[in-house]
Design a protein around this ligand. Structure first.
Ligand code: 6PG
Length: 467
């Protein structure tokens, strides 16, 4: 029987430990607040017989036979470094530490380099799916030395979600590759959620629909090409009634979104890599903007509420579905493009079709479309997802609806920044002759930065008519 250690019995750690035990592995658990360990084992029911409670890290080391493998589920950042240092003090040189938290991939790269320099095995793995996923099958994006991954792959594959029997647990590349893939997952998660929120807004404010009606629309969409976890839960969220007031719960939730930061990292890293992820950036910005509640209220007092009823709204609901589809494809194309850029920069060779495959089940962005994306990315390597024939067909069929929805949103004052960014990205990516020639002209004018000509090679300057 394979055995593994797990440190950190917070919500995710506890769920993961139970999942490991349920799949038949022995798991030795440790937590900084030791009272939590006893409570956890007491609540584990019959699974407790496979769980070894360890009051100290030394006990954890003693409970496992070398070469050991220990999963860290502690808060990202400094606690991970502190725990790695404390664990290294009690572990042996062959023992593998696996950081399974939502680490910034830059930290993972540093930790992997430090571990490698010391000859110590280390993995950084992205785990998605929330508490439910951790308990019953998350999507796992592995990073670090392949040999380390191979050692624990049987456990990670066993506990992962399965898509038609295939485990959603894959090694994505060395050092920070797994955590980077998880970061991009979260960026896409932000874009998916923001676009859903935008079409919700158009239905609520533009069409004057009640939350329950909107929920029914999402539920219907979930039966079609938009079938996904996030559309499914949007339906449930919209249909839920608040027990205290009898009103739709959605209507009493404050419109101020929280964020822990991983979506923001996607935007930051994309800027470092000059990778256009405009829909994701718009989604991150929309969350930041939502937090400015007082400022928004002050704006409303001056200008009047922006969202107006949409006149002549016949056929808007099917257009919203198509717009969401087009926006989703564009934002995934951006996310995969960012992975290509990062993979080149950091020398990872992240396998894009495998990324799409591990996202098919277990994770927050799981959707029917990801299986098609995996196929398209494997049949057309190196191609923008929007250009792979099966997705090009979908874009051809749906970009008109996206255009209509973004136009209607703009004219009625219903903000739709992520859908708008997705449309502008699509339009820019199908424009062979863009407008950056004007930028180049200005750059040369004020700074002699030079430009290329369409009819001659080399680097050129004015002269300009004046100045
Ligand atoms: C997942 C999620 C998860 C993330 C939450 C909250 O894949 O399980 O991405 O890792 O922490 O979704 O993220 P925000 O607080 O940034 O919205």
């Amino acid at each position: 029987m394979q055995e593994i250690g797990l440190v950190g019995l917070g919500t995710m750690g506890a769920a993961l430990a139970l999942n490991i035990a349920e799949k038949g592995f022995r798991v030795a658990v440790q937590n900084r607040t030791t009272s939590v360990i006893g409570e956890f084992v007491a609540g584990a029911g019959p699974l407790a017989e496979r769980i070894t409670p360890c009051p100290t890290l030394g006990d954890l080391a003693a409970a496992l036979s070398p070469p050991r493998a220990v999963i860290l589920m502690v808060p990202a950042g400094e606690p991970v470094d502190a725990m790695i240092a404390a664990l290294r003090a009690v572990l042996g040189p062959e023992d593998l530490i696996i950081d399974a938290g939502n680490a910034n991939f830059r930290d993972t790269r540093r930790r992997a380099a430090e571990a490698e320099a010391a000859g110590l095995p280390f993995l950084g793995i992205g785990v998605s799916g929330g508490e439910e996923g951790a308990r019953h099958g998350p999507s796992i994006m592995g990073g670090g030395a392949k040999a380390g991954w191979d050692r624990v792959a049987p456990v990670l594959e066993a506990i992962s979600a399965k898509f038609e029997g295939t485990p959603c647990a894959t090694w994505m590349g060395p050092d920070g590759a797994g955590h980077f893939v998880k970061t991009v997952h979260n960026g896409i998660e932000y874009a998916d959620m923001e676009m859903i929120a935008e079409v919700y807004g158009l239905m609520r404010d533009g069409l004057g629909m009640a939350a329950g009606e909107i929920g029914a629309v999402f539920a219907r969409w979930n039966e079609g090409p938009l079938s996904s976890y996030l559309v499914e839960i949007a339906a449930t969220v919209a249909e839920t009634v608040d027990a205290a007031t009898g009103r739709p719960l959605l209507d009493v939730i404050l419109d101020r979104a929280g964020q822990k930061g991983t979506g923001r990292w996607t935007a930051i890293e994309a800027q470092h890599l000059a990778a256009p992820v405009t829909a994701i950036e718009a989604a991150v910005a929309a969350r930041n903007l939502s937090a400015r509640l007082e400022e928004r209220r002050a704006g409303e007092a001056i200008f009047g509420a922006a969202p107006e009823r949409i006149a002549g709204d016949a056929g808007l609901i099917p257009a919203l579905e198509q717009a969401l589809l087009a926006g989703k494809i564009a934002s995934y194309a951006q996310g995969f493009g960012l992975l290509v850029a990062a993979s080149g920069e950091y020398g990872w060779a992240v396998p894009l079709p495998e990324v799409a495959k591990v996202w098919r089940a277990g994770c927050i962005i799981r959707s029917a479309m990801l299986d098609d994306m995996a196929r398209a990315l494997s049949e057309h390597p190196g191609t923008n997802l929007m250009f792979a024939p099966s997705f090009a067909e979908r874009m051809k069929a749906s970009h008109g609806a996206l255009r209509r929805v973004v136009s209607v949103a703009a004219l009625s004052g219903n903000p739709a920044p992520a859908l708008g960014a997705a449309l502008a990205y699509f339009d820019a990516m199908r424009t062979g002759r863009g407008t950056a020639n004007m930028i180049q002209g200005q750059r040369d004018f004020f700074g002699l930065h030079s430009f290329e000509r369409v009819d001659e090679s080399g680097s050129h300057h004015g002269p300009w008519a004046r100045g």
